[in-house]
Write a protein that binds this ligand. Structure first.
Ligand code: ADP
Length: 161
């Protein structure tokens, strides 16, 4: 069975992302979560912060490691001798973009197959964008992100005592 890479921005990592990583790790012997170090993404969290949150949140997934990368996903495939790209599919709204990206990656590297996994139903509406919006207004995010992320969000938006 091949190694699978799980690329994303993880700004910040949520229970939805974690659910997908757990599912992938039950299927593939090794999963590499690749945190995108892409300055064009306008992330609220730095690459170091996103890495720290992802590492702590995925610590329990023993065959999943977390790395950062600023290159193309298909180059990561080579780097980790992987042949599968994991992506999460939430709703139909994800489909167009994911479909386009999967075919583009396959054109760039014919070895690269994308495997889509669906999270538990209660996470299908969850996105990092929504979490950021709730946290910015000092809303409750305990149902959506682990404690390490809750703490970082409070610090980021200045809601710490
Ligand atoms: P990107 O900018 O690469 O889309 P994201 O961090 O937003 O990075 O997402 C990374 C992957 O995780 C994507 O495949 C996305 O569809 C998936 N994902 C994000 N949120 C969820 C969720 N709530 N449930 C399942 N998959 C999710």
């Amino acid at each position: 069975m091949p190694t699978a890479i799980y690329p994303g921005t993880f700004d910040p990592i949520t229970f939805g992302h974690i659910d997908i990583a757990e599912r992938a790790s039950n299927i593939f012997p090794n999963v590499v979560a690749v945190v995108a170090d892409n300055p064009n993404k306008n992330c609220i969290f730095s690459i170091e912060e996103r890495m720290e949150m992802a590492k702590e949140s995925l610590f329990h997934v023993k065959n999943c490691k977390v790395v950062k990368d600023r290159g193309l996903v298909i180059d990561c495939i080579k780097k980790f001798n992987a042949s599968v790209i994991i992506r999460g599919l939430r709703a139909l709204s994800d489909f167009d973009y994911e479909f386009q990206m999967a075919f583009t990656n396959r054109k760039l590297n014919s070895r690269a197959d994308t495997v889509f996994l669906m999270p538990e139903a209660k996470y299908t509406y969850l996105s990092s964008t929504m979490i950021r919006q709730i946290a910015q207004l000092n809303g409750e995010v305990t149902k959506f992100v682990p404690p390490v992320v809750q703490k970082k969000l409070k610090q980021k938006y200045g809601f710490t005592q």
